[in-house]
Design a protein around this ligand. Structure first.
Ligand SMILES: [Zn+2]
Ligand SMILES: [Zn+2]
Length: 423
């Protein structure tokens, strides 16, 4: 085995996993069947280094010093994982937060609109929600083998954490961009002029906001699955991991930006909220109830939670209204036939829209395999390949096909295959 710094190693041929093993398909075609970068010529150190990085997988031994490196890298991975989860900001909420998330896809609630004790209660609920997600992540880690029969994928967790950190950094840099900020400010200014048509208050406003929020998410999510542009340059990242758990869940790169610019249906969210609802602050105890539900449904990629749900009739009954972990796991299920293939369970928190539009699939009692259909799509052991293969695939398709095919390559439904394959 060829050794790199920080425990990143080329493939051990005995494991049969990608790397420099020339007999492995990834060595010659890339992890999704694409040509790997050409071998470096002598005297081209940068190219040689890139080539080695491209083929180097994160892989640690389980004994001796390698075990120590794995433990350290895992701790760093968990720290990186916390960063984009909103957990840090939930904890930070205790020190001077102005607004708090009550329910996924419902606009954050200004705490100044609430009475003192309710504001304090919601702040503590936000902290409890963050702690719960961390606890579930650790439970996944501890119980993964017992529940799934497979060892916990430490390397995948480290890889995904690196990838998530890169996505967040790129998103942050993009938001520093003046035209992007101008566009967002213009949209905010536009919203200021939107009148409120139906001035609801209290619990009714909160329920409507939750319905509107999930409606927008549902269609945005379907768009992300159904359109090549949003799929290959965005949402595919969230679906590639075959060792799904709380700690191995990748966000999609433009997730924050997508909410603001990519998916039009998400742009509708603040607009619709402004048109139909105003005073969710007056919802009283309903705020607490919905935050508790939000906390329970937040860790929606957890095998440990799925295991628990599959054994409880009461927890299963929540599926009638809410997207439990079982419901979302079916969205990630890797099956070759049936509704799984075209996508199901697109809702974020409520099952109502999937039921209404015919995309609801009842979770199985066994935890399904997750990931993508393409045999070479999972590259959860190399951040570089994980980050670059989807755009590379699209770029190669564009290069291989005539210009008249480009609009379809970019924006056709995901079922579309270009006339000339890229590899
Ligand atoms: Zn999805
Ligand atoms: Zn997911």
């Amino acid at each position: 085995m060829q050794q790199f710094e920080m425990g990143i190693a080329a493939t051990d041929a005995a494991t049969g996993i990608a790397g420099t093993d020339a007999t492995h398909p990834l060595a010659t075609h890339g992890a999704s069947g694409f040509p790997a970068p050409a071998h470096a010529s002598p005297g081209a150190p940068l190219r040689d280094a890139l080539h080695r990085l491209w083929h180097a997988d994160i892989r640690f031994g389980r004994t001796g010093a390698q075990r120590l490196w794995l433990a350290l890298a895992s701790l760093a991975g968990i720290a990186l994982w916390l960063w984009p989860q909103g957990i840090v900001s939930d904890f930070a909420a205790l020190s001077g937060a102005e607004a708090v998330r009550v329910f996924y896809m419902v606009p954050d609630l200004e705490l100044s609109l609430l009475g003192g004790s309710m504001a304090t209660l919601l702040l503590w609920l936000a902290v409890a929600r963050a702690g719960f997600v961390i606890l579930v992540g650790l439970l996944d880690m501890a119980l993964y083998r017992r529940i799934t029969g497979r060892p916990f994928d430490w390397e995948s967790m480290i890889n995904v954490s690196i990838v998530n950190a890169v996505f967040i950094a790129v998103g942050g840099i993009a938001l520093l961009n003046l035209p992007v900020r101008d566009a967002l400010q213009a949209y905010d200014a536009l919203l200021e002029r939107v009148p409120t048509l139906v001035d609801l208050n209290g619990a009714l406003a909160l329920v409507l906001a939750a319905l509107i929020g999930d409606f927008c998410f549902y269609w945005s999510h379907r768009l992300c699955h159904g359109n090549r542009f949003f799929w290959y340059l965005g949402h595919i990242y969230h679906h590639r991991n075959r060792s799904l758990s709380q700690l191995t869940t990748a966000i999609e790169p433009p997730f924050k930006l997508l909410q603001a610019s990519g998916a039009l249906s998400l742009l509708l969210l603040p607009l619709l909220s402004k048109l139909f609802t105003t005073d969710i602050a007056g919802a009283g105890i309903a705020l607490v109830v919905l935050m508790v539900v939000d906390t329970w449904t937040d860790p929606s990629h957890s095998p440990a939670m799925y295991w628990l749900e599959a054994r409880s009739k009461a927890l299963k009954s929540l599926r009638l209204v809410f997207v439990t972990v079982g419901v979302h796991f079916m969205h990630h299920a890797r099956e070759t036939e049936g509704p799984y293939r075209t996508g199901c369970n697109f809702g974020a928190r409520l099952t109502v829209w999937d039921r209404l539009f015919g995309t609801y699939v009842e979770p199985t009692d066994h935890i399904p395999d997750t990931g993508l259909f393409d045999a070479h799509a999972d590259t959860c052991v190399n951040p570089l390949r994980y980050l670059l293969l989807p755009p590379l695939r699209m770029a190669l398709e564009l290069r291989a096909n005539p210009v008249r095919s480009w609009p379809k390559i970019l924006f056709a439904p995901t079922s579309y295959e270009p006339p000339i394959a890229s590899a």
